[in-house]
Write a protein that binds this ligand. Structure first.
Ligand SMILES: NC(=O)c1ccc[n+]([C@@H]2O[C@H](COP(=O)([O-])OP(=O)(O)OC[C@H]3O[C@@H](n4cnc5c(N)ncnc54)[C@H](OP(=O)(O)O)[C@@H]3O)[C@@H](O)[C@H]2O)c1
Length: 323
């Protein structure tokens, strides 16, 4: 059966099922998929007592047991860029590919957020806000971007464009990755042995790594101590990368001047957590790069089309690497 639709839909020959297991607004998501995949059967919840195959599932943090229970699963589409929860669940069969979310909305959002935090610290905007409260006219030494070193951990879908923009603004930019991936205009550092060299003397540290067994707790006292005195730390990846107590110690000893944290070991950040009230920490509620549904659906539909044409999928998770 060929069904005409907004996409021209030459590939919609089968009524394959797609289950949207989004926690928030599943109907909204499902309607976006219906508009883009008119020849598919889009479900908002798993039918009870119907064991017919569901080829695709779209998931963020699915309820325990859901993915395991899906009959005939062929492809898992993650609603997030990070897939550590999905992998940790162990529910996706080894032969079923997982594609993580990579789209222009996430990239644009992350680039904006990291640039905003970097420039705000670099040009002392937060410090002047505090001085204003005291009606204090106290100019600080204003450096130029080319006088600052920024190290970005991770040179992937997010780290790479972030580093590219930092280069364009004029920062001396370094990127650290597993494979030493090059970013034009930035110095590339490869592998664990070069981590401290990448951070040595840096004024700003930006974390954009995936959370894996290799990267957990990577931002610890030894890494923080390698940064320049008065440095600023930006964590936009996952809370599990940062050793909370080591950050607080480095701030309280005045080795670091501040930190902008968007992600936390426990989210929402529990009330009473020391980060909430720390005068040198900016807390934001995991909003650096939110998922924009219509952009995300377009990227996922592109991958479904590829799959159905027998073409290589984009952004497939490597289970051995964990990202
Ligand atoms: N706060 C938010 O709103 C938000 C939104 C979206 C994503 N995120 C977070 O951002 C993370 C990064 O996303 P992404 O799409 O850029 O991921 P990605 O494309 O998979 O890139 C990951 C980068 O990290 C490097 N890396 C991985 N393991 C490493 C290791 N052991 N040592 C050194 N480098 C390592 C990779 O090196 P290679 O290049 O050599 O592979 C790659 O450059 C996500 O996992 C998620 O946690 C946060």
């Amino acid at each position: 059966m060929t069904i005409d639709g907004p996409e021209g839909a030459p590939h919609d020959r089968c009524m394959k099922k797609l289950l949207v297991a989004a926690r928030a607004n599943p109907k909204y998501w499902a309607d976006l998929f219906r508009a883009k995949l008119p020849g598919h059967d889009i479900l908002e919840q798993k039918p009870i007592e119907d064991e017919s195959p569901i080829a695709y599932v779209v998931v963020g943090r699915p309820p325990a047991g859901l993915v395991r229970s899906i009959p005939g699963l062929e492809l898992v589409l993650s609603l997030n860029a990070g897939v550590e929860h999905l992998l940790a669940s162990g529910e996706v069969p080894d032969d079923v590919p997982i594609v993580r979310l990579v789209d222009d909305g996430l990239t644009e959002g992350m680039v904006e957020w990291v640039l905003a935090q970097t420039l705000s610290w670099h040009r002392n905007l937060t410090a002047y806000r505090a001085l204003q409260a005291e009606q204090s006219w106290a100019p600080m030494h204003e450096k130029l971007a080319h006088e600052r070193i920024v190290t970005v951990l991770g040179a992937g879908a997010l780290g790479s464009p972030v580093a590219q923009l930092l280069v364009r603004v004029g920062f001396q930019t370094r990127v650290w990755s597993r494979s030493g991936r090059a970013v034009p205009g930035a110095s590339a550092f490869k592998g664990r042995d070069s981590l401290h060299a990448a951070a040595a003397g840096a004024d700003v540290l930006v974390n954009l790594l995936p959370l894996t067994s290799d990267t957990a707790n990577v931002v610890d006292a030894s890494l923080l101590n390698a940064l320049a005195p008065g440095a600023f730390v930006i964590n936009a990846a996952r809370g599990g990368h940062l050793v909370d107590g080591d950050l607080i110690a480095a701030l309280d000893s005045n080795h670091l001047s501040g930190a902008a944290l968007d992600v936390f070991r426990e989210e929402p950040l529990p009330s009473g957590h020391p980060f909430w009230r720390h005068p040198k920490i900016l807390v934001s509620p995991h909003v650096a790069a939110p998922t924009h549904a219509h952009i995300a659906v377009a990227a996922m539909v592109d991958n479904i089309r590829r799959y159905e044409r027998g073409e290589p999928l984009r952004n497939v998770v490597d289970r051995n690497r964990g990202y």
